[in-house]
Design a protein around this ligand. Sequence first.
Ligand code: ADP
Ligand code: MG
Length: 257
Amino acid sequence: MAKPGTGAAAEPDAGAPAIEVRDLHKSFGTLEVLAGVDFTVARGEVVCVIGPSGSGKSTLLRCVNRLEEPTSGTVLVAGAEVTDPDVDIDKVRRGIGMVFQSFNLFPHLTALQNLTLPQRRVLGRDKAEATRVARERLARVGLTDKESSYPAQLSGGQQQRVAIARALAMDPQLMLFDEPTSALDPELVGDVLAVMRSLADEGMTMLVVTHEMSFAKEVADRVVFMDGGVIVEEGSPAHVIGAPSHARTRSFLSRLL
Ligand code: ADP
Ligand code: MG
């Protein structure tokens, strides 16, 4: 039962969009990084956020799970108000998987242990169940044979796939990706994008900051172009990437070629 003010507000609301952001502002000192952002991600939707460096993409993503405190505005995840000071933020975060540019694996743990530890600590799963889920998720990202490897023994692409599997082991309702392939050698990018594509095909809700325009074109339901802390335009990939309305979008895309 949803009892406001007890943390139960984090209870997912089956009818609510996966993410709703309303008039979001974020400043660091005098620097306004988000200057009024509104957008919604529906359940099962894949939204790619593109835009120049410094346009506020990472800050926006980090405001969704409140790794960053917004200056003003509202963020709701599955109907739970993340920006409500009384919300049970740990509970909200448990439903959100996040994958960063840097893989952030525990270096002293094997791939399997990287997946079992958070399940046991955060979800309270017993060892057998956590191990079963971990093996299933490692199989899903094509790394069954690497479960005993330490991060340093894996390529960047394999480490990033372990990071994705680790997020998936927590059974998230929503995945946030912040330039997951930007730190990878070009030949390793494809395997990570293939995993992300298969997740999208399975209906995972995904908010993805990326510079991979072909991925955005083929996989995104919607593309959001940000510049200077605002959404300049959004729409289908065919529109935003294929035939952008705004000069700023055209200029950004032409610089990627
Ligand atoms: P993007 O991901 O689009 O490159 P960011 O959201 O990382 O952009 O950053 C937007 C702006 O906010 C940049 O000018 C960046 O330097 C600044 N910024 C980000 N995080 C901080 C912080 N913790 N303190 C001060 N400035 C920050
Ligand atoms: Mg960024």
